[in-house]
Ligand binder design. Sequence first.
Ligand code: FAD
Length: 443
Amino acid sequence: MTSTVRPGEAGYDEERAGFQAAVEHRPDVIYVAESAGDVQAAVEFAAANRLPLAVKATGHGTSVAASGGVLVSTRRMTGVHVDKEAHTASFEAGTRWDQVIEACAPHGLAPLSGSAPHVGAVGYTLGGGLGLLSRGYGFAADSVRGIEVVTPDGGAHHVTAASEPDLFWALRGGRDNFGAVTGLEVDLVPVARLYGGALSFPGDRAQSIMDTYLSWTRTVPEQMASSLALARFPDLPAIPEPLRGKHVAQVRVAYSGDAGDGAELLAPLRAAGPRLLDTARDMPYAESGTVHNDPTEPVAAYSTNVLLSTVDSGAVLERTSPPEAQVPFIAEIRHLGGALARPPAEPSAVGHRNASYLLALVTPLDPSADVDAVGSAHERVHDGQRRWVLGRSLNFMSGPAASVERVREAYEPEDYRRLQRLKARYDPENMFRFNHNIPPAGA
Ligand SMILES: Cc1cc2nc3c(=O)[nH]c(=O)nc-3n(C[C@H](O)[C@H](O)[C@H](O)COP(=O)(O)OP(=O)(O)OC[C@H]3O[C@@H](n4cnc5c(N)ncnc54)[C@H](O)[C@@H]3O)c2cc1C
């Protein structure tokens, strides 16, 4: 019997909470799923009662709050199976990347995971998935071989490129607009180690570090993933002493080739000036989360992004720094290109593959924050890049920022129209609407 919790019952608050604390789900009922059958029971119940339905694994990407309706909590569904001969992994809906990475490591294999190992592998992958190995191997969505999904009519499908090409295309990029995924099978890559870490420079040198960094990205091989973050670190014991309370320009690198070559490739960055801290080293892929050191405790945040053909570094710096910046920003420029720009073996809905950079902005939201003012401040920064903007990345918008308009910009216009037509076919009543929503065609 599937277990459920309702408002006022023990476990309700714990089950609806997640990493993104700016959006609070308050469903009428939570299905605490332990199996694909439980997920199917939840979807059947929502369909029978014409209720909206939301899915949550870790809550890293929550966008629209479930106000009433059904929430499926998948965090107990964490089974992982690695086929070391076929170089594939199958995992259940609530599995985090660290659980997949751990299962793959003994075989010298890795999934196309991202900067934060505690992110959910299904939500990440179906939102595109831009990670530490993506320049070498492509979007995580392109690594998908098979999808177990319960569609809004309650039907359970095993979806592959051959069995249901439209649904296979739409789920990879359109995510929970087309159903609740209960499991994925993905290709793995032969990566056991990285040369990676973060080079932290004083913030007052940010302009020159950004310029050095951007020139350097034009020279590096595809196995080199990197990003540059501008952030003021809090003055807290959890932060390494040299960075505490300081404004920092931090270059994060992950090289999946030979460690000696990795160190050599970093030489021009290290020559850019003294570092407050330099953590780049040879490491097992299982330690890849130490490259970005993303927070692990829940935060309320407003997250937006733009995908760019090139970056105007002066405009980023000026518009994210006081006195120009009207709100605090953590700004990150991620280097894309390489395999990300090549057509995948099986087409997917993931858009803007020709982008060379992602500019992602995060603003922590305290309870008194004026969310509209934060939104305007973000758009002012993005507007500084308007000549180079190609679109947006679904995965890097969360919290109240994920409007229907911004979601539309994650896709090529023709793909968006196809997604809307498929939404009308699979989810005509927009049951899956507490999400990065694609309204059905004609709605
Ligand atoms: C600290 C941090 C670091 C990040 N780093 C990266 C990165 O390096 N690269 C990158 O590409 N992204 C990154 N992300 C974004 C992340 O990939 C997305 O937020 C992703 O959607 C998180 O999925 P989740 O399941 O953990 O979160 P959830 O909030 O639980 O889910 C997010 C969305 O995915 C949907 N979803 C989850 N499970 C299912 C399912 N079983 N079936 C259908 N839909 C489902 C949910 O409905 C929801 O809309 C990062 C986010 C954070 C907060």
